[in-house]
Design a protein around this ligand. Structure first.
Ligand SMILES: NC(=O)c1ccc[n+]([C@@H]2O[C@H](COP(=O)([O-])OP(=O)(O)OC[C@H]3O[C@@H](n4cnc5c(N)ncnc54)[C@H](O)[C@@H]3O)[C@@H](O)[C@H]2O)c1
Length: 345
């Protein structure tokens, strides 16, 4: 096991580890939570102490939390017992939530198996499930003692899921200084072919660099009272696109990439974003195959979803915009500029 990063937060710390395939599952007795797909990848799992949820977002619900808690009870797990969540962001979010409430909080290890969960969902302590048609309505902050990452898990990941994670990697890259700083931005800009081919050695550098961007931000602001909001770059637009298309037309990554492009448009339009850098970044995102020309939904519906979402939060139309590489700002924007970027006459 090799340490990728240590997430330090008030109240504790979480170790992010690069492990080999056979170090992924906990060696001690634990309740291991998979989904139907990730369970198939671990023939060596203990059937007595494992549970497979149905794959996909529809399992991110209270019924799954209840199943995990019931099984923990059935195997007489105490408060010092360990729950492991092995899967994509759905499994890691819902398992971490169950661990956060079982006996007021038991031990937790996360084993992310999608690119998105490796670089994003499994790190940073946000847990939860969807409720009443609202994504992540119920949740808690509860940080895993370890996050075990093996890029080898990505070999079986479907292409669209892999690319969905790449959108978050690109987002993290934009939050780093560069180009030329030898960091994540340089890796994504110069090693696209190897990344898209999932070259093992390239992934062993890409994933830790992407994880570190998140860890550095979250270590300073676990509960999103300030800079953690920068990680939402592209998400206000992207989430509205997903909501307006019933979370079925576009993958999360496709929607986020579209959202990042709209954030760049908005920043350039209000004179905040460096235009040359915005153009370079647009090309980089398109090079990775993200290029939604028509979102296949009326711009007014995207705006309505965005306003609805904002009303549920603080009611203000604020966006994460970029001045240049590594320079995010959170800013309110005039509605007329938002309309122009969305293509509303
Ligand atoms: N907690 C956070 O900070 C945070 C951050 C970002 C996203 N999320 C959440 O993450 C979720 C999305 O996560 P996701 O994109 O990983 O989706 P997911 O968990 O639904 O996984 C995608 C699909 O890939 C399959 N899969 C997983 N690993 C595989 C592997 N190695 N080989 C083959 N198939 C595999 C899964 O069974 C599933 O069908 C959303 O619910 C989102 O809200 C949470």
């Amino acid at each position: 096991m090799k340490e990728i990063a240590l997430l330090n937060y008030s109240g504790g710390s979480s170790r992010i580890l690069h492990v080999s395939r056979d170090e992924l599952l906990p060696s001690e007795a634990a309740l291991s939570v998979f989904d139907g797909n990730t369970a198939q990848l671990f023939a060596d799992r203990d059937p007595e102490r494992s549970l497979a949820l149905p794959p996909g977002e529809s399992a991110k619900n209270w019924a799954s939390v209840e199943r995990i808690i019931n099984r923990a009870l059935a195997v007489s797990m105490g408060r010092d017992g360990l729950i492991a969540g092995i899967g994509g962001g759905v499994v890691t979010d819902v398992t971490a939530f169950a661990a956060s409430i079982y006996m007021r909080g038991c031990r937790l290890i996360l084993v992310p198996t999608t690119l998105l969960s490796m670089v994003d969902a499994a790190t940073g302590g946000k847990t939860g499930f969807d409720f009443g048609g609202v994504k992540n309505l119920v949740g808690s902050f509860y940080t895993a003692e370890e996050v075990r990452i093996c890029p080898c898990m990505l070999e079986t990941l479907p292409e669209r899921e892999y690319l969905s994670g790449m959108a978050e990697v690109l987002k993290h890259a934009m939050l780093t200084p560069g180009p030329g700083a030898g960091g994540l931005l340089d890796i994504v800009a110069s090693e696209k072919d190897a990344i898209l081919a999932r070259d093992a050695q390239t992934l062993e550098r890409l994933i830790p660099a992407a994880v570190k961007v998140k860890v550095d931000i979250v270590s300073k602001d676990l509960r999103e009272q300030g800079i953690r909001a920068f990680l939402n770059l592209g998400h206000t637009f992207g989430h509205a696109l997903e909501a307006a298309t019933n979370f079925s037309r576009w993958s999360h990554g496709e929607a986020v990439a579209w959202g990042i492009l709209r954030s760049l448009d908005l920043g350039v339009r209000i004179g905040l974003t460096d235009k040359d850098w915005a153009d370079e970044t647009r090309h980089l995102i398109a090079d990775y195959g993200f290029d939604i020309v028509t979102p296949q939904v009326a711009p007014g519906e995207i705006k309505a979803a965005m306003v609805d979402d904002k009303k549920k939060k603080d009611g203000r139309l604020r966006f994460v915009l970029m001045k240049g590489p590594g320079e995010p700002v959170l800013q309110e924007v005039p509605e007329v500029d938002l309309d122009a970027v969305l293509g509303i006459e």
